[in-house]
Design a protein around this ligand. Sequence first.
Ligand code: FES
Length: 122
Amino acid sequence: MMPPMPFPIARTHELLPGRTKKFLVDCDGREIEGFVLNAGGAFHAYVNRCRHVPMGLDWVENQFFTEDAQFIQCATHGAYYLPETGECVAGPPCGKSLVRVPIRIDGDLILGECPQPLPDDA
Ligand code: FES
């Protein structure tokens, strides 16, 4: 099997701290929606699927952070996830974590890779 090809998901200057950007990527023939975020200068990316009910976290398009940008919040039932780890810290999916999209920085480009394994319900 070929190693997963990195794909560009954003440029670092697009994402000031507390900002997010959504992206779509084809992974093994499945379209995966993800989002990348800047938490205090560190970039992280996740599949846009709550671990409670498999639906997107953002009700308002691209709105993932709480107002104080301390947590990622699911718009449906209000679960809180840590931006740095994706771990749920409040709400129904506690004990679970968002599915991470591996990323690396190349210059000012943020490159992502398909999550392995792919989430069943993405
Ligand atoms: S769907 Fe996200 S907390 Fe219920």
